[in-house]
Design a protein around this ligand. Structure first.
Ligand SMILES: Nc1ncnc2c1ncn2[C@@H]1O[C@H](COP(=O)(O)OP(=O)(O)O)[C@@H](O)[C@H]1O
Ligand SMILES: [Mg+2]
Length: 249
């Protein structure tokens, strides 16, 4: 009997209230969530439900007011900002709706940068970058600047950048939200492909059709999980999806 690996992500009682102008926004109101290795989880719900806030908490981009979060079984509650930055380099890749590429760096440099920051040798960073860009259909675009690419291409570069350090977990917030239908299909097809190779993914989307690419769909409403089900309809209690596979096969 082998020990079951710790979930890539576990959250308990996460709470986050935003204090801006006007009344405080209770964006996340007590979320318990467990994502097993290799799972593809979609979090869907209407605009303003708190999905982005939840994803920011999961990636350490915002800190919760209450609750706890574990990465690979390790509690993150005492992590400093610097520690979180390291975790985002090694264990968590993140893609956003608006790509967030460095506009004055080439495609190649955008993808290699996180690898170099993680201490990978320039040679290795280059090899990883070449492999990923070829895989994502971007061979030949290495020297382009982000502004010269289509939205779909830019999002694929962002995906390459998020995956270059082979993080066990990919967080994606409306990654097709600014793309046309072709770009949307491309991005969803690539997420599915990485998932089939064992990549754990948490995808936030307001679009229920995109959520159906995942094998588990969480409905988020008013800062809370309203429903959590695998696609065959059974409740997703730790849904035993295995696949401790390498990202690259
Ligand atoms: N930085 C912020 N400051 C103040 N209010 C915020 C901030 N971010 C989000 N909110 C509010 O929190 C609620 C949830 O927002 P968000 O997490 O962006 O939801 P979603 O991604 O589901 O649209 C909304 O009422 C939103 O206006
Ligand atoms: Mg959002």
């Amino acid at each position: 009997m082998s020990e079951r690996p710790a979930p890539v992500l576990r959250a308990e009682g996460l709470v986050k209230t935003h204090h801006g102008e006007g009344a405080p926004a209770r964006a996340v109101r007590g979320v318990d969530l467990c994502v097993e290795r290799g799972e593809f989880v979609a979090i869907t719900g209407p605009s303003g439900a708190g999905k982005s806030t939840l994803l920011h908490l999961l990636g350490g981009l915002q800190r919760p007011d209450g609750g706890s979060l574990w990465l690979d079984g390790e509690c993150t509650d005492a992590y400093s900002e610097a520690r979180w930055a390291i975790e985002r380099r090694k264990r968590i890749g993140i893609v956003f709706q608006f790509f967030n590429l460095v506009s004055n760096l080439s495609v190649a440099d955008n993808v290699e940068l996180p690898a170099l920051l993680a201490g990978v040798s320039p040679r290795q960073a280059r090899a990883e970058r070449e492999g990923l860009l070829a895989e994502l259909g971007l061979a030949g675009k290495e020297r382009s600047m982000p502004g010269e690419l289509s939205g779909g291409e830019q999002q694929r570069v962002a995906l390459a950048r998020a995956l270059v350090n082979r993080p066990p977990l990919l967080l994606a917030d409306e990654p097709a939200g600014s793309l046309d239908s072709k770009g949307t299909r491309e991005v969803m097809r690539l997420l599915s492909r990485f998932h089939r190779r064992g990549q754990s993914i948490v995808l936030v989307t307001h679009d229920a059709r995109l959520a159906s690419a995942a094998d588990r769909v969480i409905s988020f409403f008013d800062g809370r999980i309203a429903d959590d089900a695998t696609l065959d309809g059974t409740p997703a209690r730790g849904a035993g999806i295995s696949g401790v596979l390498e990202l690259r096969d």
